[in-house]
Design a protein around this ligand. Sequence first.
Ligand code: UDP
Ligand code: GLC
Length: 378
Amino acid sequence: MKILFLDQSGKPGGAELCLIDIAKPYRDSCLVGLFADGSFRNLLEENHIPVEILTTQAIQVRKESSLAQGLGSLGQLIPLITKVVQTARKFDLIYANTQKALVVGALASFFSRRPLVYHLHDILSSEHFSQTNRRIAVTSANRFASLVIANSQASQTAFVAAGGRPEITEVVYNGFDPKIYQSHESGVSQIRQQLGLDGKFVVGHFSRLAPWKGQHILIEALAQCPLDVTGILVGDALFGEQEYVQHLHQQVTALGLEHRVKFLGFRSDIPLLMAACDLVAHTSTAPEPFGRVIVEAMLCGRPVVAAKAGGAIELVEHGVNGFLVTPGKPDELAQVLITCLKEPEKTGAIAHNAQHTASQRFDVTAINQQIAMLLNKL
Ligand code: UDP
Ligand code: GLC
């Protein structure tokens, strides 16, 4: 099957990393069209997935845009839509991976008469999107998509609550190759040494720096933990959240945590860094649509504590394969961190259980088969 994948981002967020795994089996006959250039393109190229930058002009719609702003940007999309329509004629199917890709893909699907699939990686709620953006996404999907693949039940439920047609939706979790998450002990001790983490209880946070990802909650929790508890924050501001980055650094200084919190920036060696942690924390203050980092921590055999909302609840069962805490409550998070520090055996058993079940439940081969079956039905 010849698939034209569309994604608005040039940067590798979770939705883009997921797309790499989905596009890989189709790499001999697909194209990934991007609406921005960036390191995501390099990652696709490294994976031998054909990629083309379809526009370099920024699309001025933001998550909180009004209807007037949304309509105003439509004119600016005409050259891009024309290009996507022409390109789509060479493919059997259009697969939109983000919301702006959905809008462009919907029009291209109409003009090129190719079926449209929308992979929904977002929770379409007021916490994440303006009413206008939700309406545009739901209307485009309802009217033009043959299939909406939701990355969790939480994303599916929000889509339906926002007016989306339930009969076109299917839930498919992100897939992972468990092998990638196995690290050698020597590499792990080397990186711990390099980062000055020897003898510490290391709590890792792996996420782009953005207010709703809640890095500030972890920093506040660390201040309530014993002195040997150290945090590493892995990730960068991908979408212009510079003010938040500044705020995090000020918070660290104000709490006197300069020696206990390290900002590592964006990294490509996530499995090794996760393996170097004693625990991985997920602290999103708004419901997480899926939460790749939660599954990745499990696959690395590290205990994970996640914010109890959205897709995270589908991934973690408290006390069985990880821990859940109320979002936005640093005191509660600190209590879990301290318990894990004090009870390494019990926590280790939970992490071991998580590794075993996650490697089966999220196996990329099985997930790709699930997607192939859905696409073949179209
Ligand atoms: N990630 C990465 N380098 C970093 C920080 C994060 O490669 O420095 C990856 C992380 O391993 C995960 C993805 O980025 O696969 C983030 O996906 P997630 O679903 O957790 O959140 P999103 O950013 O998509 O909302
Ligand atoms: C989005 C969501 C994230 C999810 C990822 C992959 O980026 O924010 O929760 O894990 O897509 O589906």
